[in-house]
Design a protein around this ligand. Sequence first.
Ligand SMILES: [Zn+2]
Length: 397
Amino acid sequence: MRNLAFVLLFATSIEAQTVTIRAGRLLDGRGGSTSNSTITVVGGTISAVGGRKSPGVTYDLTRYTVLPGLIDGHDHVGWYFNKKDRFHSGQDGETVIDESLAAAGNAQTTLLAGWTTIASPGANADAPLRDAIARGVIPGPRILTSLQPLTSDRLTPDSIRAIIRRRKTEGADFIKIFASASIRDGGKQTWSDEQLAAGCGEAKAIGLRTMVHAHSAEAAKAATLAGCTQIEHGVFVTQEVLDLMAARGTYFDPQCGLVFHNYLDNREKYDGIGNYNEAGFASMEKALPTAANVIRLASRTPNLKVVFGTDAVAGAHGRNAEELTCRVKEGGQSPMAAIISATSLNAESMGLGAEIGSIAAGFQADIIAVDGDPTKDITALGRVVFVMKGGKVYKHP
Ligand SMILES: [Zn+2]
């Protein structure tokens, strides 16, 4: 008798793990679009996607567009405004607890806005945040982190290789390198070709991808020739460099506007800290049309893998979809290409192309729904009504 009760209880709990979602419109993250599909999720995984009309679905999202959880390839989840409503930096009286709570808050805000995976390039504090989210301690997106980036242009090739090997043992998911100055300081190349070859070569040899901050055309070109995996920003890249990236299979992650608009919108909270000064803000204002033009050029470059990263900093968490709107409205990228960049292509760039970023059998159940059809109105991605990550629902209508 007791055994039977146990079997029944066990069967019930297995049953409870199967969830069905009816999608009015379904975008699979790879360019496919269907109407009235049903997604079956067992545990944390998508087990089937099809048109059959099963009665009594768990989540009826017939009124919405369902798509894979969004992926932000460049998100500074730990950046925040402090108790004085200023950008948190250095010794401003904030404690490690303040920092941790702010990062946890940013993570939750990001997840509820539909972003189920982010890459942070990066800070050491990302690792405990990543691990706490993975253990289900707090809600947040799946996090990949570079830990502390490599920034100094005085590192020798040998010391670069040693730091990269150490990052791997410390648990870094990828390597972040600064090959150029900030846009606020002109964006000129700072790492030599030799330093870049050492960094990107060593990372590749030990199985880590490299994400390289490069604004000037020379810096982006040097990083591409050094075999680095992905170029960030590239505000001053030329068509020649875009063609080179396409030929080499280098991923390119340009920003259209959110990062600059967010700095300008929150100017008084950043002003006077480091290079956030009169000249710095002027550079960012000037970069806006240039940045949109880079999106335009990149989108039209044959075979160029244009991935998606917002560079979200303090003030931008949860607003990530505004960058997709900018891409389409200011940069002229097609809405479907923008959606693919933030789903399956981003997953592929992270080496997770068979796990996340697509709605198909066998993938992680990272599923969101938005109010409207983002292929016609990209701003619909800012109206997220349903969020499931790894089969767990965090938001529903
Ligand atoms: Zn950044």
